[in-house]
Design a protein around this ligand. Structure first.
Ligand SMILES: *Cc1c(COP(=O)(O)O)cnc(C)c1O
Length: 223
């Protein structure tokens, strides 16, 4: 199946209100253009350098999302153009993003990453950490950041109940945060969860944004 076929297949099962982020990491521009020509405009990358290069080389109406773990010292390279940062997981990073947003005279949209998986390797806050942060630090004080919601990754497992439980916990976190800190902020609305292996489960549990790579572009070769 072609990239366009894969995209169309996914779109038929995706509810209209769910945003599809086509994760193009490690893939060449030709693959991205194939998806672009099939109508896809939102793409996700997880390496700052690759993202910068692809932004330079590809059509300017692409919305670029950064989906990986972002180091503070690299924010400056993508701050001028990035549409959404999915993996924001520390106060230090928030401060840096705000500063770079100011420099570029723009408001940068962010999702707070939560640790919902069993694996200890995945990045992210837990609810207690974020509540503490929000109590000691007024997140609305960041003039050049708009917090648009939450992001999380489930455990890599065949156990669908486990995955559903984890996605459901992210939805609960979203609802609590919405009530406690973002009530009345209509832009706080995104729950970014679901990848090639688990996006149908994520959608059943309230995902508003899925990040799908290999089911669109095929398996990745790392070299
Ligand atoms: C690579 C990646 C994806 C996409 O993974 P696939 O399994 O290829 O769909 C989604 N989210 C993040 C954070 C990733 O790093």
């Amino acid at each position: 199946m072609s990239i366009a076929d894969n995209l169309n297949k996914i779109k038929t099962i995706l509810p209209e209100q769910v945003t599809l982020v086509a994760v193009s990491k490690t893939k060449p521009n030709s693959d991205i253009l194939e998806a672009y020509n099939a109508g896809q405009r939102v793409f996700g990358e997880n390496k700052v350098q690759d993202l910068g290069k692809k932004y330079e080389e590809l059509p300017k109406d692409i919305e670029w999302h950064f989906i990986g773990h972002l180091q503070s010292n690299k924010v400056k390279y993508i701050a001028p153009f990035v549409s959404l940062l999915h993996g924001v997981d520390s106060l230090k990073l928030l401060k840096t993003i705000d500063k770079e947003g100011k420099k570029n005279n723009r408001v940068i949209k962010c999702l707070l990453q939560f640790h919902i998986a069993e694996e200890s390797t995945k990045f992210g806050f837990n609810l207690q950490e974020i509540e503490e942060l929000l109590q000691s630090y007024p997140i609305h004080g960041f003039e050049n950041i708009e917090v648009c919601g939450v992001m999380g990754m489930a455990t890599y497992t065949d156990d669908e109940d486990q995955v559903a439980k984890e996605f459901s916990s992210l939805k609960t976190i979203f609802k609590q945060l919405k009530k406690s800190h973002f009530n009345g902020q209509s832009s706080f609305k995104e729950i970014s969860m679901g990848m090639s292996g688990d996006y149908p489960i994520a959608i059943n549990n309230g995902s508003t944004m899925v990040r799908v790579g290999s089911s669109i572009f095929g398996a990745r070769n790392y070299h």
